[in-house]
Design a protein around this ligand. Structure first.
Ligand code: FA5
Ligand code: MG
Length: 461
């Protein structure tokens, strides 16, 4: 079910995505047929798909302490520029907004690049419970967990795919306005302390012990003025211990599934300073696994502006948020060598996994791959569109679908006399499910070349 790129970008045409019709925009529309075909798969909702298994494990774990989180997992992928960027304080020149990084439906709508796009709506829903598109339930729990597919234009290799999955988490506390007796702490502080204690107790009960390196210094990672030092400290600890609880549980399940593991496994993790426009201070957590530090999630204390945007009163509320990538953890835990496997329809993949269980993927067979190079001179005519690497990736993906394993630049050279620049990319073709024929790959390769000539006025070499 391939759809030509051109059909989407011609002016005045319309696209229907998940039943909603959108006008295209001659400058903005860059959504491709590949993306269009992937946007209703909902892998995170399949109970025995690795992504779905991990999602459920995390949700259950976080709700096991106090059932504080509403679950949202049906938000549709097209959101507004306002939801994805503006409401979160992204500056206008933030690279994430560019067309080379993001799939735009038109000038006002895009495929969400992260689950944070739904933060504002979910914060509103805590304040004024109502039926929202993602859950259908009325709830005023102080926290929420959002799972969804997210979309980014990116390179092509075994760990990158234009669609992946995130889980967003958040928890807020309303400041109490009571008059305090001497030595008495405000109710929200007492609540935070009690909840933190419960999580810490649960952490201590986990068989997997974490060896935590925690960067608590706020140097270069400042707190917000409207919060007290104590609030920042308790809130950050609540955030960090909650995520550590998830890590301990999920990695313990992995170690158990490997059998014969050490009796008291220890996992090194570290909190590293980070920056996100809508949190301050901010951190990322990394896990040391098989000799490498792996980034699992970004997080921080929610900027008050986001809460104000959601209708909260100034000085009324404090809270934290995190955004966790599900695909890389799933690849690591299930030992899945290529991210494309998540998207296969092959039953030899799907029949291997079971709800609630982490198991090692057994490769069913590896089909031989084949490579082709595409080399071209860039046009010297300055009026031509500049080719961004992600544009080339997109063309290859559009022509080859999941038959492309990776695309790498192998040569970039400028002719000393003519000053003309030449690029050469090597495309690895390999199917997860079957043998490829030379004829089909040659045809794909030819269409890649033709698209490049057509869209970017290159000259093939
Ligand atoms: C974000 O997307 C933020 N929305 C996270 C956040 C939420 C921060 C709330 C603060 C508060 P980032 O781009 O780093 O941040 O992605 C978050 C996680 O998604 C990463 O840690 C990683 O696990 C995963 N991730 C990011 N890019 C990819 C990719 N191309 N493929 C697979 N996983 C990815
Ligand atoms: Mg990051």
């Amino acid at each position: 079910c391939k759809t030509s790129l051109r059909r989407y970008s011609s002016a005045g045409s319309k696209i229907t995505i998940n039943g909603v019709e959108y006008e295209t925009h001659p400058e903005f529309t860059n959504v491709s047929g590949t993306i269009h075909n992937l946007c209703d798969r909902s892998l995170h909702l399949k109970p025995s798909h690795p992504i779905g298994i991990i999602r459920k494990l995390i949700e259950d774990k976080l709700n096991s302490t106090s059932d504080a989180y509403s679950i949202y997992s049906n938000f549709k992928p097209v959101v507004t520029v306002e939801e994805n960027f503006d409401s979160l304080g992204f500056p206008n020149d933030h690279p994430g907004r560019s067309k080379s990084d993001t799939y735009y439906v038109n000038d006002k709508h895009l495929f969400r690049t992260h689950t944070s796009a739904h933060e504002m709506e979910c914060f509103q829903n805590i304040k004024a419970p109502r039926n929202v598109t993602g859950s259908g339930t009325r709830t005023s729990k102080p926290g929420f967990l959002i799972s969804a597919d997210v979309y980014r234009r990116d390179e092509i290799d075994r760990t990158h795919y234009p669609v992946f999955h995130q889980m967003e988490g958040a928890h807020i506390w309303t400041r109490s306005k009571e008059t305090l007796k001497e030595g008495q702490e405000p109710t929200h502080i007492q609540k935070l302390r009690a909840e933190l204690e419960a999580i810490e107790k649960q952490l201590q009960g986990e068989s997997m012990k974490l060896q935590v390196e925690d960067d608590t210094s706020l140097e270069g990672n400042p707190k917000q003025d409207y919060m007290s030092d104590l609030e920042v400290e308790l809130c950050s600890q609540h955030l960090k211990r909650s995520i550590e609880l998830v890590v301990a549980q999920v990695f313990n399940k992995k170690v158990e599934s490997m059998g014969g593991a050490a009796k008291d496994p220890v996992l090194p993790v570290r909190w590293v300073k980070a920056y996100f426009p809508w949190t301050a201070p901010s951190w990322e957590i990394e896990v040391f696994w098989q000799g490498e530090w792996l980034e699992l999630c970004g997080s921080g204390i929610v900027r008050e502006q986001v809460l104000l945007n959601a209708g909260y009163e100034h000085n009324s509320t404090i809270g934290w948020a995190f955004g966790l990538g599900l695909d890389r953890i799933a690849m690591l835990l299930f030992e899945i060598p290529d991210i494309r496997l998540f998207w296969t329809h092959d039953d030899r993949f799907h029949s291997q996994f079971e709800e609630g269980k982490i198991s090692k993927f057994k490769p069913y067979s590896k089909y031989p791959g084949t490579t082709r190079d595409v080399a071209f001179w860039l046009p010297d005519d300055q009026t031509c569109k500049v080719i961004h690497e992600n544009d080339l990736m997109e063309i290859v993906r559009e022509m080859a679908g999941d038959l492309v394993e990776s695309v790498k630049i192998i040569d970039d050279f400028t002719h000393p006399k003519t000053k003309k620049r030449s690029l050469c990319y090597r495309i690895n073709y390999q199917s997860m499910d079957r043998n490829l024929t030379n004829d089909e790959i040659n045809a794909i390769q030819e269409s890649v070349g033709n698209e490049l000539v057509d869209k970017f006025k290159v000259t093939l070499r």
